[in-house]
Design a protein around this ligand. Structure first.
Ligand code: ATP
Length: 355
């Protein structure tokens, strides 16, 4: 394992900036996730780390050594592709051994390291099978073994779980994370699935349009999003458009007054997380904001229930309540009271955080 540094890394295709000036440090043993919408430059960043795409600017350092211009096979990074990219006509053993044979390791070393990698992913008993004789989850583990067989300094995972069904994905997430911890592997994973990112990462990097919008822990991104994009992409928020009328007072486009923390006077939006909104059949007392509304839609999600509440002709809030026996659960058409603390809403002006 080794520290990984990206230093002002950029990639341009003609006039198009696929990756803009990305600077990140990944500590030894850290699990970093690059998260962002399709086309934001995550895969290009990962491929520059692996050496499959040449940067047009900046540097990649592994363990302090500049590897920017080294070919992939000299970097000692292990890359797991979304498609697994297994050789269909080779057995599991041969798939895992292939890269070592290319590197001219001795037959004894190839056999020993192949067995070790398959043991790590618990597939030692399936070495003679062909990929088509394996389940999706098992194929994914062969792909992982093929990366681990090099004992990589840095493990790179490109949407490794996106071909698995939901239940298997949950299991494999935990398996990968436990293995990564056990081996102390410095890891960078790319995903557009925020739940996957939040579950697996030590630290997350949210990207859009080729650039890093914010890097931090789950709590940092959720509680202190740097801008409206991050607030929208990580977790859910209701955004209410309007303006900060005077310090601490927000006026919605629909004319409602709401107390808020911070924000310069002027056009802004107010973001509120659904689980921070209290909902009650009777007026809420002792909260900074208390409004009346009408339930327009109820969405039953099992552990939680989403309640869509009309608070003005122009505005609707989403509140999320836990599905607990005996708790108040409103029905469509009910009049309700909603409330939240000023500190639970964030003000964004011109796309940047203002509070
Ligand atoms: P996804 O989640 O869909 O894989 P991503 O965030 O990984 O998306 P990238 O694959 O890194 O995005 O692509 C970033 C941008 O660079 C995209 O707009 C893509 O079309 C563009 N791009 C990637 N490779 C090339 C190429 N070889 N030539 C031109 N443009 C490219």
């Amino acid at each position: 394992m080794a520290k990984l540094e990206l230093d002002h890394l950029s990639k341009r295709y003609g006039d198009f900036h696929a990756v803009r000036d990305v600077t990140l440090d990944v500590a030894e043993g850290e699990f970093l996730v690059l998260l962002g919408p399709s086309g934001c430059g995550k895969t290009t960043t990962l491929r520059m780390i692996a050496g499959f795409v040449e940067p047009t600017g900046g540097a990649v350092r592994v363990g302090g050594s500049d590897v920017t211009w080294q070919p992939p096979w000299k970097r000692n990074t292990g890359l797991v592709f979304q498609s697994y990219a297994l050789f269909p006509h080779l057995t599991v053993n041969q798939n895992v051994a292939f890269g070592l044979e290319m590197r001219k390791c001795s037959p004894g070393e190839v056999a020993q390291r192949t067995a070790e990698a398959l043991r790590l992913v618990r597939l030692e008993h399936l070495g003679e099978r062909l990929p088509r004789q394996l389940s999706g989850g098992q194929q994914q583990r062969v792909a992982l073994a093929r990366a681990l067989v090099f004992r990589p300094d840095v493990l790179l995972l490109d949407e490794p779980l996106s071909n698995l069904d939901a239940k298997l994905r949950h299991e494999v997430r935990v398996e990968i994370r436990e293995l990564q911890r056990q081996l102390g592997l410095t890891t960078v994973m790319v995903t557009h699935d925020q739940e996957e990112a939040l579950t697996m990462a030590d630290r997350l990097v949210v990207m859009s349009e080729g650039a890093v919008r914010q890097a931090g822990t789950q709590r940092d991104l959720y509680e202190r999003p740097a801008d409206r994009f991050v607030a929208d992409f990580v977790g859910r928020s209701t955004f209410i458009e309007g303006r900060v009328e005077s310090p601490g007072m927000f006026r919605t486009v629909g004319g409602l007054a709401m107390r808020c923390n911070g924000g310069a006077v002027g056009a802004a939006s107010l973001a509120i997380r659904p689980e921070r909104i209290s909902i009650s059949p009777t007026p809420l007392v002792g909260v900074d904001n208390s409004l009346e509304g009408t339930v327009e839609f109820v969405s039953y999600l099992g552990a939680q229930i989403d309640i869509h509440i009309r608070i003005s002709p122009r505005e609707r809030l989403i509140a999320q309540i836990a599905n607990r026996a005996g708790d108040f659960t409103p029905l469509v058409g009910d009049g309700v009271h909603v409330g939240w603390a000023s500190s639970d809403a964030r003000v964004f002006e011109d796309g940047a955080e203002a509070s």
